[in-house]
Design a protein around this ligand. Sequence first.
Ligand code: FAD
Ligand code: NAG
Ligand code: NAG
Ligand code: NAG
Ligand code: NAG
Ligand code: NAG
Ligand code: NAG
Ligand code: NAG
Ligand code: NAG
Length: 657
Amino acid sequence: MMKVLGVLTALQVAVWATPAPVFGDDTTVFPRQQQNGGGTPPPSSCAPKFSWENTILTEASLDKQTADLFGFGKGKLPKKGECKAFPGDASWPSQQTWNKFNATAGGALIKTVPLAAPCHNDWPQVYDNATCQAITQNWSDPHLHIEDPSSTMWPIFQGRTCLPSNDPNAPCTLGGYAAYSVAIKTVKQIQLAINFARLANLRLVVKNTGHDFADKSIGAGALSIWTHKLNDIQFFPSYSCGSGPASFSGPAFKLGAGVVTEEIYAAAEAHGVSVVGGECHTVGIAGGYIAGGGHSPLSSLAGMGADQVLSLEVVLPSGEYVTASADSNPDLYWALRGGGGSTFGVVTSVVIRAYPKIPVTTMTFNFVTSPNVTADIFWAGMRSFFSHFDRFTSAGAYAYWLVVPIAAPPANEFFFQFMPFWANNMTVSQTQALVAPFLAELTALGIPYSTPIFTHFPSYFQAYNGTFPPLEQVGAPTGHSGSRLFPRENFSNGAKLNTTLSAVRYALTNGGVLIGYAIRSAPPQDAISLKLQDNAINPAWRKNLGFFILGGPQTAPDATDATISNNARILTTDWMKRWREASPGAGSYMSEGDINEPNFQQSFYGEENYKRLLKLKKKLDPSDVFWAITAVGSEDWKVQGQLDFYPTQNGRLCRVS
Ligand SMILES: Cc1cc2nc3c(=O)[nH]c(=O)nc-3n(C[C@H](O)[C@H](O)[C@H](O)COP(=O)(O)OP(=O)(O)OC[C@H]3O[C@@H](n4cnc5c(N)ncnc54)[C@H](O)[C@@H]3O)c2cc1C
Ligand SMILES: *[C@@H]1O[C@H](CO)[C@@H](O)[C@H](O)[C@H]1NC(C)=O
Ligand SMILES: *[C@@H]1O[C@H](CO)[C@@H](O)[C@H](O)[C@H]1NC(C)=O
Ligand SMILES: *[C@@H]1O[C@H](CO)[C@@H](O)[C@H](O)[C@H]1NC(C)=O
Ligand SMILES: *[C@@H]1O[C@H](CO)[C@@H](O)[C@H](O)[C@H]1NC(C)=O
Ligand SMILES: *[C@@H]1O[C@H](CO)[C@@H](O)[C@H](O)[C@H]1NC(C)=O
Ligand SMILES: *[C@@H]1O[C@H](CO)[C@@H](O)[C@H](O)[C@H]1NC(C)=O
Ligand SMILES: *[C@@H]1O[C@H](CO)[C@@H](O)[C@H](O)[C@H]1NC(C)=O
Ligand SMILES: *[C@@H]1O[C@H](CO)[C@@H](O)[C@H](O)[C@H]1NC(C)=O
């Protein structure tokens, strides 16, 4: 067994580090639908800009009057106690000014109509029962929210002011949704929106898909930059650009800010390569995924999403448009890879490396408590699973699984399931050998498990398409979770493992639901020598073995704000507190984290990284144009009128320090 593993690991490292094979010389732009795709790349050089990246705003194009509205650079940091402009304020732009902005931005301005407005008499212009039924039916489908300019996937933090409803008289207001969005098709529109927001003291948000667990893409009274339509994908069979750390050469993709996982995975499959992305079909790769760090079924072999990035194009808070790479704005390049979204500017495209095609074997099975399998025996089975994390992930494998209580709290009945166990570059027999000791322990404990189903796929894409649920459920109006990155050490010996385990068990006994990942961040040798992993990723990821997401206390969809607040308090100050205490100094994943995370600066970013990121934030965005809850620098501002532990985006954003 150990021999098989040792050989595999050595081979995997060796193969990732060898020069990439030749994939053919075609360079293709994949359109999502109709779109204004990119130009032809010069041979073996940096990626050229997409055509819409060449449509930019220049100083020269502004006259005195338009410079007052859309000029570069200038801005004013509001004083403590002052707020961003809000609809109805004297300082809110007039209708005439909005029209001027719209005309200058090519008619791309959209006044927000809440996604569920067709269900409500409050919106007589759009009320329509049939549309309402379709929206109600699809509410849990991420695509519905992605295609809408202002909706997000977790209405709890919007303030639940406009949900699908059978009662047309139920109220529907904008709540935390932005006031206006710009459906971005060119860099110029992004520059106009940023400059306009900065000069008019507007709240500015950036929405891509709206996946973020804390709804970091919305805000009451905001102007929203909606990047979803920037969907170009361009393949470079042998990309090579720059010098020193940037001198990666091999297959790469350039993708627009709006490209989602399923689109880049399909493009990679078409070119016989693999790329690092998440397990969800619809997360935005160049948006929050890379900005937050990005975990992947490939991470145990290839590192994090942010470790794949060779360069990015960015519109800064000043309105200036720059490239961030090892050779160009290296501080910004560092920060944009793990330092969080909506902080340093708007990314318009990224270049990421690709890997050779990789075969995958997946495995699924489940086990459950029963008269013979007491809760103690069940958790001994979990203990056995945890004790193999180091071995599994060192072999390049990853596991996605869940544990749910199947009785009311205090629960003594539980269910475990793989969704799936994922063995990169392994045959079925290699995977069987890898998991055999774990299965033997379950048997020894007397835990019957469903017959493990091993499936071999010739490529990463086919494994992903054949295994992960095509649609993950979103949109729960009161859904709220937290997460923890448990370091290797917490699984390393009996006593430490027991502490970790009892912290986990406590939460589940009280009604929590656990979505878990066995995952390590292991950038390949060549990435390390190119220093691609020298980025702003939360250092807790580098020590991680178990990434655990915890769903908070069950909260009825129609729960009162007070109940939501109280349940959030339990999640943060009791359940998650025990997880934090079991892993002092570790962290949490900002993109799938608790909106109430205490000391989020340390937890989501790491103490040292946070200091460096904050310094850069103050330099690049001295008037705080960009703000998102728990983003770098966000502690200076607060949304007004919020209950403790229930921060929504439905309120005025004001400076508090
Ligand atoms: C069902 C589900 C499954 C998930 N699976 C995974 C997974 O497997 N691996 C993983 O790592 N994560 C996963 N996530 C988390 C996901 O990575 C984050 O939600 C991420 O923030 C989504 O980015 P987005 O651009 O799609 O979403 P958004 O919510 O639109 O954006 C997230 C943040 O980034 C900012 N942002 C977006 N685009 C830009 C841009 N171009 N420039 C600057 N800022 C920008 C937004 O303002 C916001 O602050 C999952 C989430 C869900 C809901
Ligand atoms: C996968 O492992 C095999 C040995 O089992 C090795 O020959 C092959 O090169 C590896 N491929 C990758 C992409 O790691
Ligand atoms: C912006 O202009 C376009 C094109 O003229 C128009 O269709 C749209 O309604 C305008 N948006 C707003 C918010 O007025
Ligand atoms: C809307 O349509 C559904 C399904 O046809 C029907 O059951 C419901 O009563 C209608 N609601 C209203 C308010 O008309
Ligand atoms: C709902 O989903 C179905 C099936 O995916 C799709 O055909 C339909 O257009 C969707 N409706 C809306 C309102 O998005
Ligand atoms: C429970 O254990 C008893 C005694 O070992 C055995 O006879 C019985 O079949 C077991 N039941 C199940 C459902 O496994
Ligand atoms: C993905 O899987 C579905 C079945 O789940 C299948 O119908 C579809 O053809 C697959 N897509 C590709 C591109 O292989
Ligand atoms: C978990 O790991 C952290 C840091 O590696 C360590 O400080 C802590 O003591 C560990 N806790 C347990 C319970 O193992
Ligand atoms: C950990 O827990 C197991 C099962 O409860 C127990 O058998 C073992 O003695 C504990 N180990 C330590 C070091 O506390």
